[in-house]
Design a protein around this ligand. Sequence first.
Ligand SMILES: Cc1cc2nc3c(=O)[nH]c(=O)nc-3n(C[C@H](O)[C@H](O)[C@H](O)COP(=O)(O)OP(=O)(O)OC[C@H]3O[C@@H](n4cnc5c(N)ncnc54)[C@H](O)[C@@H]3O)c2cc1C
Length: 435
Amino acid sequence: MIEAEPQVGGLCRTIQHVPEAEGLLPGLSCDFFFDLGGHRFATTNKELEKEITGLMGSELVTRTRCSTIWLNGKNINYPLELIDLIKKMDIFTSIRCGLDYLKAVLKRTIFSPPNVTLEDWVTNRFGKTLYSIYFGPYSAKFWGVSPNLISADWADYRITLTNLADVVLRLFKIKKDTPTTYIKNFYYPKSGGIGRISACMQEVIQANGGIIHLNSTIKELQVDKNKVIYLMDGRLNSMDYDYVISTIPLPGLIHKISPTPPDEYLEVVSSLRFRGIRFFNLCLNKERVSEKTWMYIPQNDIIFFRIQEPKNWSENNAPAGKTSLILEIACNKGDDVWNADDKSIYHLCIDGLKRIGFDLEGETIDYFSVRVEHAYPIYLLNYKNHLQKLLELLSGYKNLVCCGRQGLFWYNAMDEAMNSGFETADKILGMVQKG
Ligand SMILES: Cc1cc2nc3c(=O)[nH]c(=O)nc-3n(C[C@H](O)[C@H](O)[C@H](O)COP(=O)(O)OP(=O)(O)OC[C@H]3O[C@@H](n4cnc5c(N)ncnc54)[C@H](O)[C@@H]3O)c2cc1C
């Protein structure tokens, strides 16, 4: 295995951090652990669940999700709960939401309006008011483009709650099926963050003779010679392969293929774009900030779109008596937010936190950023045709299989990525056995 980072796990890795001021804070009971945005392991795939719980044994504990949306100065529970919504929204907004919702149902029944964009999808189900106070601003902040330019496919995949009637049916327990995004309980490692799952997989692979080259970046894939060229310790190396499974972001992979694919394929590569994230991590001299696992912040004058407190995922993610926050900031590689120094971002974050009721300036021990260029595949309106074209190209390379979130330009969760890894391995083993 060839991995560009110094540790395995990709987006599911965990950064272990010792604050620079540790000398001034002797005797911390443990280091700080930061996921790249808190990752929960939840799945409806029983076989996979058995595999992962078997692998991790007593290292895995069950946690309960507690998420809120910060709206007009109030924390609204997410997934939405009817009584909570009515209690926290003012009467006029509640009435407008209700009327707009009825209008949307009528329009849907009589005219069957098309669901082309994310905006269509949400307004056709929830009505215009909920779109304008939450879904619209949150999506624009998150994607960095108007929700009118995002395909409704993304909402189909991500927003499982299809309409307000669902909220009511679930509230009164009339509807019982539970989609993955709705699952309340999830697994999380007791210590070491979500990255422990990949670390345990690494131990099994190495114990069985597998070789993992870390800090090694694939530069070229010579499909005519079944050879990979990779950079390790500042030197180019090569490795022959029978099959190659790639999790390299799909557009980047196309540029690494040799002989160079025809222009008609190279031309569509740049239209498959990813949204980046700058994770801004704060170490705090405070017992706890809140009880929440996720807090969503749709306001576009606050720099981060989501807050997580790692201690609420596991007590062992921060030393005793201290806590930490992960603030997720959407950006694109090379833009002003990506390039800004940590100090400027720190001040913007502290200001944003103060505005939602957390005054943490005097409690800060340390802060640092982790930047990820390929965090979310952006499903722009025309993405499907371009993706199809590249998959058609790849299907011509018999010994190359693309896999996972970046590799297939597929907005997935870690259980789906793991499952696609297991399925690919089974398929290749089957082909090898058949000869
Ligand atoms: C902010 C955020 C929060 C999330 N939260 C959750 C959650 O709570 N629960 C959940 O189930 N899922 C969550 N996910 C989704 C989850 O992270 C992904 O589904 C999963 O990481 C996909 O795994 P992957 O192996 O396909 O891709 P990745 O994790 O991106 O791994 C790709 C790997 O390929 C390596 N690579 C790329 N190019 C090269 C190269 N040229 N040479 C060598 N190596 C290379 C990378 O270094 C990386 O290790 C979240 C994602 C994000 C961005």
